[in-house]
Design a protein around this ligand. Sequence first.
Ligand SMILES: *Cc1c(COP(=O)(O)O)cnc(C)c1O
Length: 413
Amino acid sequence: MLSKKNIKEIRNQFPILKEKIYDKSLIYLDNAATTHKPKNVIESSNFFYSKINSNVHRSMHFLSKKATISIENVRKKVKKFICAKHDSEIIFTKGTTESINLIAYSIRNFINQGDEILISHMEHHSNIVPWQNICDLQKSILKIIPINNNGIIDLNKFESLISERTKIVSVCHISNVLGIINPIEYIINKAHELGAWVLIDGAQAVSHLCLNMQKLNVDFYVFSGHKMYGPTGIGILYGKKNILKRINPYQFGGEMIKNVDFKKTTFSSIPFKFEAGTPNIEGIFSLGEAINFIKKIGLKNINCYEKELVKYAIKKLNELDNIYIYGKSNKIYTKSSIISFNLNKLHCFDIGSILDRLGIAVRTGYLCAQPLMNFFNVNGMIRISFSIYNTFEEIDYLFNSLIKAIKMLKYYE
Ligand SMILES: *Cc1c(COP(=O)(O)O)cnc(C)c1O
């Protein structure tokens, strides 16, 4: 397990952690929304524009070749990071949302009237709305896999919902609200038995768990750079080679074509078929540095440390009267570094504003998952989410601040 000294060294790599918030030290517990960036990522942006900047894949000149090689090396790095089989299975997008939209629209022709798309009740809006739109366009049917009161996917109901009519199952690896790790291996195998494709929304998993695309045997896996210590505006779509070859491009224009003629245009091969226009070259370059950062610490170490943080935080939070923590894990479902809760009738926004004044950044509200809020019959939740730079002392400070907030709000009640 990483020592206090290790964590201190890691924290030193994040300049923003030294910022003062209303004269208080920053306690950043909103990592599920976006993580901060270590120095090597921040500096890589400067390095890119100072040393490499040029457009990619187009010209023969020195810098263009250098830029092209740089981003193709990141493609290889991502491939290795998630244990994909081929470089061409890695597609650069602007984030999880774009990756899901890309797949939804690219497989549209495979979805006919009356076909079914399965998602779960705990999805982020970006894994709901694109599918609703595809269902409208194709006259297909969106089915929702129910969850139980502990926020766990009901696998029996999943089995009764999935059928030969199901064309794709799209669920999150880890819920951005509940932090529960879904049994995606089981879901993938079951879907494949019935001939359905599976997309896994890995936005909350990629910086916490070791991933292996080949072992998972998943058809599509998507995530964002900014939740894994990288920049905003860059994300990944992993897709199985033989499927990517068969499905349509999502956007059309430069970079994605082989031959353009007014009579007939032919498309480039994968992955370029899905990367129309000038990509976020600097973002891709810096994503490579974010992966270097994670690899240097090691995902096993990260996972181990964050698990201890979560265990400690849950223990402390449970000492508070009238707290309700959403999403209880059991044997097959474990909890990742996200905890969402409410304090009896106190409004999450009131708690959030007081915590903010004390220097603590948490997320409050719908958490981009309104159907899940409706399921639990609440107007919002308070979410804390950890990453590798958080500490046990920060959890103690949060605990004491929550006690303060509760007292204040009770007083004014
Ligand atoms: C953040 C998040 C998304 C959306 O990611 P963007 O980077 O905003 O595109 C989708 N799903 C989950 C589970 C998320 O946590």
